[in-house]
Write a protein that binds this ligand. Structure first.
Ligand code: PHB
Length: 401
């Protein structure tokens, strides 16, 4: 409607109309950016490590995520997916700035990240403060689905407690009584050891020494000497990525592999076997994925992944794939309208995710309720030995929502 069609009392002289229009535009510009209307693209902010000791993990997560989107014809919930990427370098000191860039500068609809627990906690805080949807495709920080839980925060991976707890029971059943633990000193290492210790000591074992070094250091020699001197029945470890490769090689080179059996959360041998070679042979680990599940669902996923990326998938690829599946469930429920957060969350809470690892549901605090497999390394594969812990549910301590 032009001003000349307005009732006379509302008509403005041309200059005043111009000024009013300019004022309206200024006002619009000052308003916070609103999410794109349903029908446009969904902007996914991938915040992952593309450099440093976890670089390969970030790439596998992105590959997995993209594979699922491609399988759906590039659309989830009827909307095309657009990516914005940030290399978080697994650096907690840069995490808040990085996540705020994605939320405030790029106006992403959904955050997907990350690998490192310290970085993920900064993402969870920003997601909670801004109400942005967040799907965590690896980092196990217990708090993300514990004290920091929120209706808009979900995890497609695990809590650090889960594989650790499952391994505590396994090591006790093997008859070991005295164990030394060795890990990086940060949330993931601390919480993995805490989960292990809880189950191991409940079953009559004793953690006699807890060794650690700062993330992402790999100068293991002094600590390996200490393990040798302590002479425990076994050792339990959490390392991952490039650090895990070096740890397994150094453990064998120090001559410890023969005398003190090494057990770990499965990250210590996942995505790392090519580089670890024979030094990883025979190691027992616990994780929510394995290379030899042999189910039709996993076989199809592995084939598609290998064809697309000329690489074998690992647990990180599965978690990325499942993060995209979870986004799909949520977006389908709201017909692509990311603003409908309550309905989005309700759909995920009720969903059974058809994961290559086996189907899983989400706990009340939005962490996967899943089987934790016992695996053993052989012929460059993490082979399934059995289920160490069936439908293991993280306790979600401190979660109120
Ligand atoms: C973590 O920091 O939570 C973390 C990192 C790498 C892994 C697993 C957990 O492989």
């Amino acid at each position: 409607m032009s001003t000349t069609q307005l009732p006379k009392a509302l008509r403005l002289p041309p200059l005043a109309a111009h000024l009013a229009a300019a004022a309206a535009l200024t006002l619009l510009a000052a308003l916070p950016a609103v999410a794109q209307p349903a029908g446009g693209k969904v902007k996914v902010g991938l915040m992952l490590p593309y450099t440093g000791t976890f670089a390969a993990l970030g790439t596998a997560i992105e590959n997995g995520f993209r594979l699922y989107v491609t399988e759906q014809g590039g659309k989830l919930g009827g909307r095309e997916i657009e990516f914005v990427k940030v290399d978080d370098e697994s650096d907690p000191a840069k995490a808040t700035d990085n996540v705020n860039k994605l939320i405030k500068r790029d106006n992403v609809d959904v955050l997907v990240g990350t690998v490192h627990s310290g970085v993920a906690m900064a993402m969870a805080k920003a997601a909670k403060d801004n109400g942005t949807l967040l799907i965590v495709p690896n980092a196990g920080a217990d708090a993300v689905t514990g004290a920091m839980c929120a209706p808009n925060i979900f995890r497609s991976s695990f809590s650090n407690w889960q594989p650790g707890y499952a391994m505590g029971e396994v090591v006790a059943k093997k008859g070991h009584k005295k164990v030394v633990t060795i890990t990086w000193k940060y949330a993931a290492g601390d919480e993995s050891v805490r989960g292990f210790k809880e189950a191991f000591e409940k079953s009559g074992g004793k953690v006699v020494k807890e060794l650690s070094l700062p993330f992402p250091n790999v100068e293991f020699q002094a600590l390996l000497t200490e393990i040798a001197a302590t002479k425990p029945d076994a050792a339990y470890t959490f390392f991952a990525g490039g650090g895990a490769v070096k740890f397994v090689k150094d453990y064998a080179a120090a001559g410890l592999k023969k005398s003190i059996p090494l057990y770990g959360a499965g990250f210590v041998t996942d995505g790392t076997l090519e580089a670890q070679g024979a030094d990883a042979d025979g190691l027992f680990t616990t994780l929510h994925y394995a290379d030899s599940l042999g189910t039709p669902r996993d076989n199809a996923f592995r084939l598609a992944y290998a064809k697309t990326f000329k690489l074998q998938p690992d647990v990180y690829a599965v978690q990325g794939y499942d993060a995209a599946q979870m986004l799909s469930v949520g977006l389908n429920a709201v017909k692509g309208d990311v603003a409908k957060k309550t309905e989005f969350a309700a759909a995920l809470r009720a969903a059974k995710i058809d994961s290559p690892r086996g189907p899983f549901t989400l706990s009340k605090s939005h962490n996967p309720v899943q089987d934790i497999y016992l695996r053993q390394v052989g012929a460059k594969e993490n082979k399934v030995i059995g289920v160490a812990s069936k439908a293991l549910t993280d306790p979600g301590h401190g979660c109120r929502m």
